[in-house]
Each structure stands twice: as structure tokens, then as C-alpha cells.
Design a protein. Structure first.
Length: 288
């Protein structure tokens, strides 16, 4: 490298050539998408692996298991901390890779700092887009795999997922299940949802729900009415926990992404400094 010539293109980007200066086109861009995309892929992959590991050991923020309703505060905090640390570490790795891969510039130190940091933010943005795409694809695949292909479409999407257990208890009976129970469960779920807000269930809806439960389970009207009241009360608790879980999940992901943006910026700047000043240790493994 001591005999190589570092030249400055008209665009401000520097290149190294052993044979002398080679000028780039004047309209070449300051943004280098190749290193940014490479860092984004590494960041998204690392974040996905760390979240998969968290799910395997029980540190997922949300879970398909009904036991999420009984999740302790300590476990929720630990899960959130894991998400934040995973995002910071993954995006810092991607930003550093981008900073090291970029070409050198001959410019003021503050300008180089800014350009490296912007490339770190570009890594962050691309990795978020990749992560959203992976999440959407996984959710679509999971939904399609769970939905029976022969079932009518309107019986697959209307039953509230977080009320599945309550609907099981609402229609629990020793009688042989009747045809059309899926429609009855979906309708009961929609009626119960009207009671989960600030207003209570209407008298007409409550009476209809009592008759529906009595017809499906064979319970006397008084027992069916008590069961409906109990299930509505439990559903309110389940809805409250679902709201809290959604708030915690949203806040945790938002905090993780904000921290990840700062980590990507700082790591890209550090990578650029190591690139320009040859501060990083060599990763070349010599043969002994």
C-alpha cells in the first residue's frame, strides 16, 4: 500500500491504484448501495437469528401459547431488554461492515463522519424493510398453513384469536357437537367484542347469546345466563391483557429500532475510521 497512489475523483470519492490516478465520472454518487446492502443483509439476518434463539429459550415478547396471559413482569422486562440488545448488536454489526467496505474519501473529517453515519442509517432502513418483508412472509405462510383449504372463507377469519379459550368455555358441553358450531362461535365472539369497550353488551345481544349458549350446550336458561356473564367478565380481562401486551410489544420494538439506528450510525462511523486510519487488527490468518 505504501507505493499505491490514492487519488480523489471529481465526485469526492477516493480510489487506490498501483499505476496512478484513475478518475471517476463527475456525476457518480456519494451513496454506495453495495456496502449498505451487504450490511443490511447481515444486520437483518443476525437480528432474526437472535430473536429465534430468544423464542427457543422462552424470551419471546409475544407467544402463540395461552400462557402469555400469565407472563410475569420480570420476564416481560427481560424479553424487552433482549430485543433491544439484539437490535443494537445486529445493526451495529451491519453498520460497521458497511463502514469498512466503503471506499475512502478525501474530505474534511466532519464530512466523512456525516457520510459514514448516513450509510449506517441506510443500513438501518434497508434492514428494517427486509425484516418487515420476512415477517409478512412468515405470517402469511403460517396463516395459510393453519386455514383448512376446504372450509368456507367466512368461518376462518371472524373468530377473535385472543378469545378462543373463552369461546371454548362458553360452548363447553358433553353433548355431541352440532354442525354450524364454527359460525356460532364466530357470532358469539363478535357479540362479546361489543362488551369489551366502554359500553356494556346490549340487552338484546345478551338475551340472544344466552339462547345461543343454551341451544348449543343444553344448559337451563339461568345457568346459560350465568355462564355468559362469567365469560364476558373473563373476556374483558383477556382483552385488557392483550392491549397491554400490544403496547409493550410496540413500545419495545420502537425503542429497539431507535436504539438500533443510533448503533448503526455510530458503528458505521467507527468502521470508516478504522478503514481510513488502519486501526482495526488484521483478520488475515497466515499459514504456519
Amino acid at each position: 500500500m505504501s507505493e499505491a497512489t490514492i487519488f480523489v475523483a471529481e465526485s469526492g470519492a477516493a480510489r487506490v491504484s498501483p499505476d496512478g490516478p484513475v478518475r471517476q465520472p463527475a456525476n457518480s454518487s456519494y451513496v454506495e448501495l453495495g456496502p449498505a446492502f451487504a450490511g443490511a443483509v447481515v444486520a437483518a439476518a443476525a437480528f432474526f437469528v437472535l430473536l429465534a434463539f430468544a423464542s427457543a429459550i422462552g424470551l419471546a415478547v409475544s407467544s402463540a401459547s395461552p400462557t402469555w396471559r400469565d407472563t410475569s413482569v420480570g420476564l416481560t422486562v427481560l424479553s424487552g431488554a433482549w430485543v433491544v440488545l439484539s437490535a443494537v448488536g445486529s445493526f451495529a454489526l451491519g453498520g460497521y461492515i458497511t463502514g469498512r467496505l466503503r471506499a475512502r474519501w478525501d474530505a474534511a473529517a466532519d464530512e466523512i463522519h456525516f457520510r459514514d453515519g448516513v450509510h449506517g442509517l441506510l443500513v438501518w432502513g434497508l434492514a428494517v424493510i427486509i425484516g418487515v418483508g420476512m415477517t409478512w412472509a412468515a405470517a402469511t405462510t403460517l396463516t395459510n398453513s393453519k386455514a383448512p383449504s376446504t372450509a368456507p372463507r367466512n368461518t376462518l377469519v371472524n373468530e377473535p384469536g385472543f378469545l378462543t379459550y373463552e369461546l371454548d368455555r362458553l360452548f363447553r358441553s358433553d353433548r355431541t357437537p352440532q354442525s354450524g358450531d364454527a359460525e356460532a362461535r364466530a357470532e358469539a365472539g363478535r357479540i362479546i367484542q361489543t362488551a369489551l369497550g366502554h359500553t356494556d353488551i346490549s340487552a338484546d345481544d345478551r338475551a340472544y347469546l344466552v339462547r345461543l349458549v343454551a341451544a348449543r350446550t343444553g344448559l337451563p336458561p339461568n345457568d346459560a345466563d350465568r355462564r355468559v356473564q362469567q365469560i364476558i367478565s373473563e373476556s374483558r380481562d383477556a382483552a385488557s391483557k392483550a392491549r397491554h401486551s400490544a403496547v409493550i410489544l410496540g413500545f419495545t420494538l420502537a425503542a429497539a429500532l431507535v436504539a438500533a439506528a443510533g448503533a448503526a450510525w455510530g458503528a458505521a462511523v467507527a468502521g470508516g475510521r478504522h478503514r481510513d486510519q488502519d486501526l482495526a487488527p488484521s483478520l488475515h490468518f497466515s499459514r504456519w
